[in-house]
Structures are given as structure tokens and as C-alpha cells.
Design a protein around this ligand. Sequence first.
Ligand SMILES: Cc1cc2nc3c(=O)[nH]c(=O)nc-3n(C[C@H](O)[C@H](O)[C@H](O)COP(=O)(O)O)c2cc1C
Length: 329
Amino acid sequence: MTKIGIILGSVRSGRRGGQVAQWVLERAGQRTDAEFELIDLQDYQLPVLTAPIPAMAARGVYDDERTQAFSAAIAACDGFVVVTSEHNLSMPGALKNALDHLYVEWNDKAAGFVSYGVNGGVRAVEQLKLVSTALQLAVVAAPVILPFATEFEGQAALRPGKAAVTSLDLMLDKVLAWSTAMSMLRSGPGAEAEIRARIAAIIDGIHAKDLDALRRIYAPDVVSFDVEPPLQHIGVDAKLKNWARVFTVFEDVSYELRDLSIAVGVDIAFGHAFGRLSGKLATGAATDGMWVRATFCFRRVGGAWLIVHDQASVPVDVLTGRVIADLEP
Ligand SMILES: Cc1cc2nc3c(=O)[nH]c(=O)nc-3n(C[C@H](O)[C@H](O)[C@H](O)COP(=O)(O)O)c2cc1C
């Protein structure tokens, strides 16, 4: 079922935003066509962004546990209703900070806004529209605007009028319809393009001997059946040890892939190809290497496609146990 996250953007003590988010959640909860969950930024205690790698490059892999938890919550949603106040004609800093922490988790999803403030928070919404564009988050409905003077009793207690309720219902209709439709984007050709980009990043990482770049492509608990022993390499550190070994064996290394074929499901994808490492060995000798059969299995983790299993093998003469290393694709 389509899942919509209702993001409460103010983390201030004594915030009015709690009532607003609760109103949205209760109204949305009367619907049976989607699941709604409150995502309260106060619960995540995200630090001011200090991560060395921007979320756009980190693609779902984060060191900070708070970011990991926030990533999992946002990745699990198909769309969002963002509840925002207005701070100095923009959104609260905590909300901008939270948006900046992630990237792929927002991509190709739909959003609507509910704002409140002296003038209803309209300028915060205008800023949010800009930021959403950068995050490839589609703004798909007119916002619900709640000025203090008309929608809050004594400027403090939310008492939304009939027009505000109608406006919320219309916005929820749109966010839900677009969120459902856009889920196709994330498992269709866009997903295959992202997986191909991941595999291209493996090749770039090998050419640059960049273990950090390679680390970002594998799930932390990847299980790898590599050509070399042992039978299995469990975890990204074990997988990277193999690549580190390759980088000591080769002075210059090149990785060629042929006949890459990819199949994509909702959260699982696999690909297969023929791969060959070649280049100049540390001894100074040049080698053409040998072709191996390579299989890559991806899972969408925190909105990003990561390798959870891979296999590289060479044909063996089963009678003699001899490896057949001279076959060409
Ligand atoms: C730093 C700051 C700046 C503010 N700037 C604006 C503003 O530009 N426009 C406005 O309508 N309200 C402004 N306000 C008032 C807030 O909209 C109001 O305090 C609102 O209740 C904040 O949301 P919250 O209570 O959920 O934190 C500002 C409040 C703060 C704390």
C-alpha cells in the first residue's frame, strides 16, 4: 500500500506545529487508500550537517546512525506532506537541515505542504518548492495555508475552518495519486539507469584504485562469492580486502565488462556480465587477465541500490579440477 510520511518540520519546544501535524494525521487517517505515518524531526535529533560526502554522492550510505535512521524512515515512504512554519520568511533551519541530509530517498516521490504562520507561512512554502526541485521531489498540489489570525484561536490553538479542511482533502488526494503513480518511476527504467551507474562506478573505482568509492557500492552485509578463496567473503570489509589485494597485484589495472544484462523488480535487481581485469602487474609485466562470469544482486536499501551479493566464477573441467581460463565471450 502507498505510504505517505507526514513530516513535522519544527523541532522547537512549545511548537504549534505538533497540533498541525496531528490534524493532518487524523484527517489522513480517515482514508483507507494509503498508510500515513508521522515523521517528527524531533525524534531523529539530526546533527547540523557535517558529513564529508554530500548526500547526492553518498547515495544512501551514511556513517551517522541518526542519518541512517532518518534515511530508513524517508526511504520507506512513497510521498510526503511537509508541515512547516515560517522562520524569517523561509522554512525552519531544522527542516532544511533534514532535507539536506538525504538525496536518493527523496528522488522521484511526490510532496504537498501544510504551512502556518502570521501570513500562513506562504514564503516557507515557496522556499520549499525550490529545495524540492533540487531533490527531485515533485510538488504536486496547492498547499494548505493556515494563517494565525483565521485558523488559530487566540493565535495559538489550531481551529481549522471548513475551507482549510477541504484544501487538505484536495491536497491529500493529489499527493496520494501522484505518489502511487511515481512508484513506477523508481522500479522502471530509472532504476535500471541507477544500477548501470552503480556498475559503472565499480569500474571507475577499480581504475582509480579507490576503495572508499567501492565501499559506497556494497551493502554493509554483502555476501560475495569471489573467484578467490575462501568460499565466501562476508561483509563489505572482507569484500574490500579482495579489491585491496587486486590493487597491490596490479600497478595499473583496467576492468572491462561485456554483455551486461539487468533485470529490476520493486526492491531487488540482478545483473550478469562477463568481466576481465587486465593491466600492468606490480612485477612490470603486462597481462590480458582472464574472463570471468560475474553476477551482481542489488537490493534497494535506504532508497539506493546496493550490491548485497555478487559472484565471479571461471569454468572448471570437473574431471581434472582444472580451471579453464582462456575462454572469450
Ligand atoms: C526565528 C523565528 C523567525 C520567525 N519568522 C517568521 C516569519 O518570517 N513569518 C511568520 O509568519 N512567522 C515567523 N515566526 C513566527 C513563527 O511562525 C511561529 O513562532 C510559529 O509558531 C513557529 O512554528 P512552531 O511553533 O511550530 O515552531 C518566526 C519565529 C521564529 C522563532
